[in-house]
Design a protein around this ligand. Structure first.
Ligand SMILES: [Zn+2]
Length: 223
């Protein structure tokens, strides 16, 4: 059980006693979508859900060091909550979906891309292109419905031809180059497994990079 301390700036006004209607707890999270503009392009982050991954899969640090770093972020224990995100891009009225989430193949905590796409005001039939970043199950399994039908029936599916080569040989170098460039040029990044909405910047921090997530903000068209 977490403990919360709320600091509230409260201005107390006398209020006429109202009839107290019962308000049962809801017990679920609000829909997971978040929208921002990149010039004329609208990007809507869609939350597929989460996975509790074992922190043992983290590399290049001792278990004690990993626990110290998690504690610094007010996290603890062996499991680390990891988001699965997809991104819907509206460019000149054409919808491009980047990744499709895991569907229900990784358990009940994932598989909400379509629910959240609908909550964001769209229908799966409107998606014209599905772009797959890579061919892992948590990115592609959402291509099919539970009945095995195409989840985005009107979409052209695209995946990089060099996908396997890239991930097997050049991934580390490419990632390092991307981080350096993103930090220097202040590029906004979107990540499939970063805490929802998975959008933010990276800041050079010694030899490493720190993730600076976007703050919840109104939808404002970029100038
Ligand atoms: Zn993944």
């Amino acid at each position: 059980m977490r403990s919360f301390a709320l600091a509230l700036g409260i201005c107390l006004l006398p209020v006429a006693p109202a009839v107290q209607a019962e308000a049962p707890a809801v017990g679920t999270q609000v829909p997971g979508f978040y929208r921002l503009s990149v010039g004329d392009i609208e990007v809507t982050a869609l939350y597929d859900g989460y996975l509790d991954l074992n922190s043992k899969i983290l590399k290049n640090a001792s278990p004690a060091e990993i626990q110290r770093l998690l504690a610094r972020q007010f996290l603890e224990g062996e499991k680390v909550q990891t988001a699965v995100n997809a991104f819907l891009i509206n460019t000149s009225g054409k919808l491009v979906l980047v990744d499709t989430g895991a569907a229900k193949s990784f358990g009940p905590s994932l598989g909400f891309v379509i629910d959240n796409l609908k909550a964001a005001g769209y229908q799966p039939e409107q998606v014209a292109v599905v772009l797959l970043t890579h061919l892992h199950g948590d990115h592609i399994n959402g291509l099919l419905t539970a009945e095995g039908k195409p989840a985005f029936p009107n979409a052209e599916i695209r995946v990089s031809k060099a996908d396997s080569d890239f991930w097997l040989s050049e991934a580390v170098a490419a990632r390092k180059a991307l981080f350096a460039r993103a930090a220097k040029e202040k590029l906004a990044l979107a990540g499939m497994h970063l805490p929802f909405p998975g959008i933010g910047h990276v800041r050079a921090d010694g030899k490493a990079y720190a993730w600076v997530p976007v703050e919840f903000s109104p939808f404002r068209k970029e100038q």
